[in-house]
Design a protein around this ligand. Structure first.
Ligand code: BF8
Length: 655
């Protein structure tokens, strides 16, 4: 049985259909095991939630004051205050976007203040990214001579903090130095240049509260401003700051997937987004006394595996194997083999702790913003770093000690391991592919037809990971190079698409590139904030070829949107002129067909509103040179991407 998604005229899968259609073989076994153990996962809760609220699906429920909630219907086309559908829909979208901006902002805050702490000698870590420090110091026109990398990093951190918090009417510095001039002119003409993450969050919430702005176009303007703050203050801010702290990523050959866990080892998973504490914990785990402790409890060693974006960060830096993504975090606990999960911030679902209690898995939280009742809590605060080493040691010890409490009757680890060549960064992609001008040539002569960044979360609205994998298999068959981040990258890593062996699935052009340059067809470039790396590549290619990004054969693809953070991801690329293909609209609107009243055969009216027409029609296209396509069926989504890229190539006169 499947569930209806009425406004997209599509179906969503139940558990049986997920079992039939997911490409992830390891999870099939785990879904059945968890059910046999009498435990529930998101799949059961998704079923309990059906049918989902149709107003929520359309974004037409207003909860921005306490007179409501109000819903838009034919009978009531306005909320109690008089707010129209357009105003409600755009307000819901911008509130989701700035919520994601706040999350990335908080992430950036932790990393940037860690740099400050290290630069001032208060945090016992070393800055490993000298190359990035020098590059940024030059771009930001800092005086470099006679300064240590630490001094320069401290000055850069101050600028990044200003970009997060500036209240006066000045531009975000990272935008000034990293954005292409063509775009700065477009944004300037639209009057959407942002001040800072904090200011734009404040203004977005202000504009959408009761009795504030009722001009949806003005709110859409603030949406664009907030998206640019999201992109340059918090994506560029966190990603570059992490590289200052931990160094530039280098691609690594490794093995990923559930099978990296071992029954006779201590299995520790690391989860979240901001890997400062975990960096220290890894240092402590290597200590002979901690390794010995594991042996004393009868374990043959210690396995570390990565979840979500902390996982992809550690893959990039140390080749630590990734295991799974946001919707896999319950499945992996269901193996019964996880002794401990150390989490930092974001995308840790409550369901994971519920299952952890069923399987005797210890959870350790390390961020004050991410508390979980019943978990051991040892927070890292870059402004109070005195106990960092001591706490990291306690975490390492506690995680290993958890091994002795494991319930051995419930262990079942899937055998699947998958080869992967992941951990790409902007510099390593450019270098490995022979330089920017060579990548430009490969695009121009049609060896590569285009570049798609396929990213984002999982959604229960499709069979687990099926849209990510189906779309990307098609794209590489059509010689479209794929870059990926976040939860999508876990799906593609586990499906074997981030390894050179996936060459057999590729078209002749991409095959040639794989052989000649020793790269995989799908390049995992880190966590969600590392979409910066892809944007830098797009900007560099556009500048090299002298062609605006909006005219290049590029596309942003978010097949399975979930977290509020993903709204800003797509918008960041849209602002640069890169069209989006998203699997599901909410909360980004598309024309929403509705049954025609009195129609016996369920005929649908296209339905429309100004917001839908703006993002999916000519509005954004005219202003930004890009638009949002929505297509939940992966085969059709892949066709849409192919057509979009073909259209761009035709326009450029490229074969
Ligand atoms: O930032 S892809 S579910 S883990 S939000 Fe979260 Fe979505 Fe995963 Fe990383 Ni991104």
């Amino acid at each position: 049985m499947s569930y209806k998604y009425p406004y997209l005229n599509t179906d969503m899968p139940d558990k049986t259909e997920v079992l039939q259609k997911t490409p992830n073989t390891a999870t099939k076994m785990l879904i059945e095991k968890i059910e046999a153990d009498g435990n529930e996962t998101y799949l059961d809760r998704f079923a309990s939630q059906q049918p989902q609220c149709s107003f929520g699906l359309k974004g037409t429920c207003c909860r921005m004051c306490q007179w409501g909630p109000c819903r838009i219907t034919e009978k009531s086309p306005r909320g109690i205050c008089g707010r129209s559908q357009d105003e409600i829909v755009i307000s819901n979208i911008i509130r989701a976007l700035v919520s994601g901006l706040a999350a990335h902002g908080r992430h950036a805050h932790e990393i940037i203040y860690t740099i400050k702490g290290v630069a001032e000698g208060k945090i016992n870590l070393k800055l490993k990214g000298t190359e990035r420090i020098i590059e940024m110091a030059k771009k930001l026109e800092l005086k470099i001579s006679n300064k240590t990398p630490e001094q320069l990093a401290g000055e850069i951190a101050d600028i990044l903090i200003e970009d997060l918090s500036r209240m006066d009417n000045k531009n975000i510095r990272l935008l000034e130095v990293f954005a292409p001039q063509e775009r700065k002119d477009v944004w300037g003409n639209l009057d959407v240049l942002p001040r800072s993450a904090s200011y734009e969050i404040m203004e977005a919430l202000h504009m959408t509260t009761l009795g504030s702005c009722t001009d949806w176009r003005a709110i859409a303007g603030q949406e664009k401003r907030s998206a640019l703050a999201y992109c340059y203050s918090t994506l560029f801010g966190s990603s570059l700051a992490t590289e200052i702290l931990f160094g530039l990523p280098e691609p690594k050959e490794t093995e990923v997937n559930y099978g990296i866990m071992k029954e006779d080892h201590v299995n520790i998973l690391v989860h979240g987004h901001s890997p400062v504490m975990i960096e220290k914990v890894l240092e402590k785990i290597k200590l002979p006394e901690i390794q010995q402790l594991a042996k004393d409890y009868g374990a043959k060693g210690i396995v570390i595996g990565g979840l979500c974006c902390t996982g992809t960060e550690l893959l990039a830096r140390y080749g630590i194997p990734t295991v799974t993504n946001i919707l896999g975090q319950e499945f992996v606990i269901g193996t019964g083999a996880v002794d401990c999960v150390v989490v930092d911030m974001q995308c840790v679902i409550p369901g994971m702790k519920i299952l952890a209690d069923c399987y005797g898995t210890k959870i350790i939280t390390t961020c004050n913003s991410n508390r979980i009742p019943g978990a051991v809590h040892l927070p890292f605060d870059p402004e109070k770093p005195e106990t960092l080493d001591e706490d990291a040691y306690t975490i390492a010890r506690t995680a290993v000690e958890a091994y002795k409490n494991r319930d051995r009757s419930k262990i079942k680890i899937p055998k699947e391991t998958t080869k992967a060549y992941g951990g790409w960064g902007y510099e390593s992609i450019v270098k490995t592919l022979g330089g920017i001008s060579n990548i430009g040539k490969l695009l121009k002569n049609g060896t590569l037809k285009g570049i798609a960044t396929v990213v984002g979360c999982n959604t229960p609205k499709v069979a687990y990971e099926s849209n990510h994998v189906t779309i990307v298999k098609k794209l590489i068959e059509w010689d479209i190079l794929v870059l990926t981040t976040g939860c999508c990258s876990h799906a593609l890593l586990n499906a074997g698409l981030c390894s050179k062996e996936a060459s057999e699935l590729c078209g002749n052009g991409l095959k040639k590139v794989i052989e000649e340059y020793n790269v995989p067809p799908v390049m995992a470039v880190g966590g969600c904030v590392d979409n910066t790396r892809t944007l830098r590549l797009f900007i560099a290619l556009s500048e090299e070829l002298g062609i605006a990004i909006k005219d290049m054969p590029f596309m942003f693809v978010g097949p399975e949107p979930g977290n509020e953070k993903t709204v800003g991801q797509g918008m960041s690329f849209l602002m640069h002129g890169v069209s989006n293909l998203v699997g599901f609209p909410a909360p980004i609107p598309v024309p929403m067909p509705k049954p025609i009243a009195g129609s016996a055969d369920g005929e649908m009216d296209r339905g429309s509103n100004n917001i839908a027409d703006y993002f999916g029609g000519n509005g954004a296209l005219e202003e930004l040179g890009a638009k949002i396509y929505t297509e939940p069926y992966p085969e059709l989504a892949a066709q849409t991407i192919k057509m979009h890229i073909k259209r761009k190539r035709n326009h450029l006169g490229w074969k």
